[in-house]
Design a protein around this ligand. Structure first.
Ligand code: URP
Ligand code: ZN
Ligand code: ZN
Ligand code: ZN
Length: 466
């Protein structure tokens, strides 16, 4: 029942200090110097290592039915892979079909997620509008612990939300104390550019980034921010991939608007040369939206994270195997969009961010856990190593290294966008709700052990603070 983490350096978003940590049941009960281990406690030796809050991946898609197929990782395999990489909570998405009841979809996803090995919570997508959607949003916030609603500005003829839906849903979210989030890409422009490319006979995966240039993303980011400004709502932009979108966020924040931005581990380190590969299976495996970008966009995203205009890091973990991706072998618009990463985000962000001097360890904690907990109202239950918080803790070995590969990963799909990358800085132990679920390569994920995290609505005094 109790775990004693001895002799590490606790790193929280505000400071780092030497301390022991005592966990009992699913909670942290004490953090301090020279504590005594409770009788019969499991002792974890953290000397020379960092003790940090478990990662929160704000953006995953486990078991998602999408583009005619279903992602390779389900809620068990996906959350288990997360635990192996130091992510103890995922924020996934309920995505109702247009005309499907939000509540019906929510309960369907809750059923699928019951087998999760780590904690999980849901953003609910608003893909259409009528009075029932208005009512269901209220029920979700008041009775089901949902405080964020997602809007896809892309995926025309599928789940795209038009301006009417954005305006009505943002207003409703404000009324309820929930935060609207957006996938910012102009779906009309994407559709038009896709048709133009196909007409010219450009059908391979190299056409994917051509159909989704940065301006297409920036237009939607600016529009969402403008709508939020007029209505007086905060807004959170998922997977910001380009300098132009970041500029929109930076400008709005400078004027005092509450706008938050999320960067994906993949967008931070992978560039668009992957689409030029002669190996079409490899190129297809990288098809996700927004696409990987040129290197100057990566530099901008790092600056955004460091400067506080981007707040969270996520993965958009959405894995499809080669056979699934092959559905688009003759037409790039039919390649299921999505890539993995839930297992690797923490190490990739540490290696590229902290080892390079771009981020301090406390800034790392902020962008991998604390800001997510604050923006989505899970703090201080999540996002901090402190008495009273959930015992979701990672012991981080800054000198340990591993070479990322699909051959050794726990995640499904048979592919890894970070293949061959050697990262220094790895999780040695993961505690999830007080259970030691990962210890130096040994994953002990338990199906169904994860819990749904209820996230209360914001009130006037608890508006997202990051
Ligand atoms: O390509 C992506 N990102 N697939 C998952 C759905 C989404 O847009 O987030
Ligand atoms: Zn998206
Ligand atoms: Zn996504
Ligand atoms: Zn398969």
């Amino acid at each position: 029942m109790s775990i004693f983490i001895r002799g590490g350096t606790v790193v929280n978003a505000d400071r780092a200090f030497k301390a022991d940590v005592v966990c009992f049941g699913d909670k942290i009960i004490a953090v301090g110097e020279n504590l005594d281990a409770p009788p019969h406690a499991t002792v974890v030796d953290a000397r020379g290592q960092y003790v940090m809050p478990g990662g929160i991946d704000t953006h995953t898609h486990m078991q998602l039915p999408f583009m005619g197929t279903v992602t390779a990782d389900d809620f068990f395999t996906g959350t288990a892979a997360g635990l192996a990489g130091g992510t103890t909570t995922i924020m996934d998405f309920v995505i109702p079909d247009p005309k499907q009841s939000l509540l019906e979809a929510y309960h369907m996803w809750r059923g699928w997620a019951a087998k999760s090995a780590g904690d999980y919570t849901f953003h609910v997508a608003v893909t259409w509008w009528d009075d029932s959607v208005h009512a269901d949003m209220g029920t979700l916030v008041r009775r089901h612990g949902v405080n964020s609603f997602k809007h896809f500005m892309a995926y025309k003829n599928a789940i795209m939300a038009d301006d009417e839906t954005l305006v009505k849903s943002f207003s409703r979210a404000l009324e309820l104390g929930a935060i609207p989030t957006v996938h910012a890409e102009n779906g009309e422009l994407v559709f038009q550019l896709q048709q133009d490319l196909l007409k010219k006979g450009i059908r391979g995966p190299s056409a994917h980034p051509l159909s989704r240039p940065p301006e297409v993303e920036a237009e939607a980011a600016n529009r969402a921010i403008a709508i939020a400004n007029v209505l007086g709502t905060p807004v959170y932009i998922v997977h910001v991939s380009c300098a132009e979108s970041l500029e929109a966020i930076t400008r709005a924040r400078a004027k005092g608007q509450r706008v938050y931005g999320e960067a994906l581990a993949g967008h931070l380190v992978i560039d668009d040369s992957v689409y030029q590969s002669a190996d079409l299976e490899y190129a297809r495996a990288h098809v996700m939206s927004p696409p990987f970008r040129g290197k100057h966009h990566q530099a901008a995203l790092w600056q955004g994270l460091r400067g506080g205009n981007l707040h969270t890091t996520a993965t958009d973990h959405c894995t499809f195997c080669a056979e699934q991706k092959a559905a688009g072998q003759d037409d790039f618009t039919k390649i299921p969009n999505g890539c993995g990463g839930v297992e690797d985000r923490m190490s990739v962000v540490w290696d590229a961010g902290v080892n390079s001097g771009l981020l301090t360890p406390s800034e790392f904690v902020r962008v991998t856990s604390t800001n997510a907990a604050q923006i989505f109202n899970m703090y201080p239950r999540k996002g901090i190593v402190a008495a009273g918080a959930d015992a979701d803790i990672i012991v981080w070995d800054p000198e340990g290294s591993r070479t990322i590969s699909a051959r050794t990963q726990f995640a499904k799909g048979g592919f890894n966008v970070f293949e061959g990358r050697t990262v220094r800085g790895i999780v040695s132990h993961t505690l999830a709700a007080g259970r030691l679920v990962f210890e130096r390569g040994d994953l002990r994920a338990v199906e169904g052990a994860g819990r749904h995290v209820d996230r209360p609505a914001f009130t006037a005094t608890s508006a997202a603070a990051a």
